[in-house]
Design a protein around this ligand. Structure first.
Ligand code: AMP
Ligand code: ZN
Length: 133
């Protein structure tokens, strides 16, 4: 993808603060971090979102996330970690090259990775179950 900034970063054409790299992925620090150490896993192959990711690459992305989670706990001393992965503008995706946010969490931080819980009614539950059957 010619004009994709994450393609260029993943390929090393644009410099980035790289924490990890292998043949399929580059993990960089997010320029607008939610917390200290907020990073992004970028595949080197372009896919706009999760639905466009080849199965094998999608699987590998989670393995990278796991590896990074262990390293972040070890070197940053974080108390928890959120994986966030936005798909589509409605979901808050602003860069349309698949990426997984790795957001280290620290006791008492006020990073806003949350939502207000609603209530699953019987009617909605049944409607959805019917659609998935
Ligand atoms: P999303 O809303 O899931 O599409 O997230 C895009 C993320 O990319 C945001 O957290 C931005 O701060 C981050 N971002 C955008 N451009 C860059 C860049 N050049 N280098 C590092 N992070 C970036
Ligand atoms: Zn791209």
């Amino acid at each position: 993808m010619e004009n994709c900034i994450f393609c260029k970063i993943a390929a090393g054409e644009i410099p980035s603060a790289t924490l990890y790299e292998d043949e399929d992925f580059r993990v960089i620090l997010d320029l607008g971090p939610a917390t200290k150490g907020h990073a992004l896993i970028l595949p080197k192959q372009h896919a706009a979102n999760l639905l466009e990711m080849p199965d094998e690459l999608a699987g590998k992305a989670i393995v990278v996330a796991k590896k990074m989670a262990g390293k972040m706990k070890e070197v940053l001393g974080c108390d928890g970690l959120n994986l966030v992965q936005n798909n589509g503008e409605a979901a808050g995706q602003t860069v349309h090259h698949f990426h997984i946010h790795l957001i280290p969490r620290y006791e008492g931080d006020h990073a806003g990775v949350s939502w207000t819980p609603g209530k699953l009614t019987d009617e909605v539950r049944d409607e959805i179950l019917k659609k998935f059957a």
